[in-house]
Design a protein around this ligand. Structure first.
Ligand code: TXA
Ligand code: MG
Length: 347
């Protein structure tokens, strides 16, 4: 494929009151440019949904499969309603979720309004995914643009999502029109995606908002992270693609710390992802600490940075020990399963 490098402008914004810089970003988006933007979850790569050429550029810059639709980011519930089918049967559930979790880390899939969302934007589906981000800079940009912003995570497809400016820069410099340089993402893992298209709501991607928090608001829901529902129909296109993978071989080791120690003994040029305190027991040279063993949010927040750091170590392979407790950390476990390509070594 023809490889054309473009000049990427870096725009520093550390406050939603820096209106001059925010206007500059809005102008870029208005004139069909694509811009990487900070959100509270991970950095996103945004385009104004009125500019289909710009939305197309996102797919090319990321090398993203064209059948995988983007989340539409809005600044208020009314803007979300303009994108949604007027007759949508689960409007009441949508409103309950939106009022409780927005702005925030929940993406809701609803039936689209055919008048306002083209087939190009929805990638020929009759549904769309919507979210109001919490990041104040991103929110201000949507407000000033006065149009929804389509944005996937701002990484090259299949690589770990970016939680710092440097990650975005490494992946997308010379491929996008601008990158906003801002604070590291506070949450560091993507939003939870819930679909309201079925009779019962179903989580199609676990994320920062937990299932039990959602159930407190709308009652029992289903989960389906493996891509297919009972009718063998793909319920979220993104589920079938490779995700979050480091370039270095990455394996999960299912077993006790004791056996992990024995397993790693005498292995050269390897790295281990560990939890606080374990580094005293594991005597190999390359160790990356993911945080506290009892804190899923912390390990999620450190995961993508750690996967990227791993690739800079030049080791042959990396191992992360899992056990029943880790398997119950639904979001963390989902991401490490995918990052490892589902490669599990049993002790
Ligand atoms: O936290 C986040 O969600 C970040 C920030 C930037 O908002 N965005 C993000 O986008 O992670 P992306 O594109 O990397 O993941 C969006 C997921 C994909 O798995 C996609 O398949 C799914 O949402 N999705 C989007 N529209 C959908 C639809 N109409 N039906 C089913 N799944 C959909
Ligand atoms: Mg992504």
């Amino acid at each position: 494929m023809l490889n054309i490098n473009i000049c990427t402008k870096i725009i520093e914004i550390y406050s939603e009151n820096d209106l001059k810089k925010i206007e500059e970003v809005v102008r870029f988006l208005y004139f069909s440019k694509i811009v990487a933007l900070p959100t509270e979850t991970v950095y996103g790569l945004g385009a104004d949904i009125r500019n289909e050429e710009a939305v197309k550029k996102i797919y090319i810059a990321k090398n993203r499969p064209f059948d995988n639709p983007l989340i539409l980011h809005v600044s208020n519930i009314n803007m979300a309603k303009t994108l949604m089918d007027n007759e949508f049967i689960h409007k009441d559930i949508f409103l309950k979720l939106a009022q409780k979790f927005w702005p925030g880390e929940l993406t809701i899939i609803v039936k689209k309004n055919k008048e306002t969302v083209s087939n190009f934007i929805s990638r020929d589906l009759d549904s769309i995914a919507i979210r109001i981000p919490r990041n104040k800079i991103f929110l201000k940009i949507i407000e000033m643009l006065n149009s929804p912003i389509a944005a996937p995570s701002a990484n090259l497809s299949s690589l770990p999502s970016p939680t710092k400016f440097e990650h975005v820069y490494n992946d997308l410099n010379t491929k996008v029109d601008a990158i906003v340089r801002s604070f590291d993402c506070r949450v560091g893992v993507e939003s939870t995606v819930i679909s309201l298209l079925q009779e019962k709501p179903v989580i199609v991607r676990p994320g920062f908002i937990k299932q039990y928090d959602i159930e407190k608001v709308i009652g029992k829901i289903d989960v389906c992270f493996d891509g297919e529902n009972k009718n063998d129909k793909i319920i979220s296109p993104g589920l079938k693609y490779k995700h979050y993978a480091p370039k270095t071989k990455f394996f999960l080791f299912d077993g006790s710390l004791e056996n992990f120690k024995i397993f790693l003994n005498n292995k050269n040029n390897v790295c281990a992802f560990l939890f606080n305190g374990e580094e005293k027991e594991i005597l190999i040279k390359n160790k990356i600490i993911l945080g506290n063993y009892t804190d899923e949010n912390e390990m999620c927040k450190n995961l993508y940075t750690s996967l990227r750091k791993l690739d800079s170590l030049n080791v042959d392979v990396c191992y992360l020990r899992i056990d029943e407790k880790i398997k119950n950390y639904t979001t963390f476990f989902n991401r490490i399963l995918k990052a490892s390509g589902f490669s599990i070594i049993n002790e």
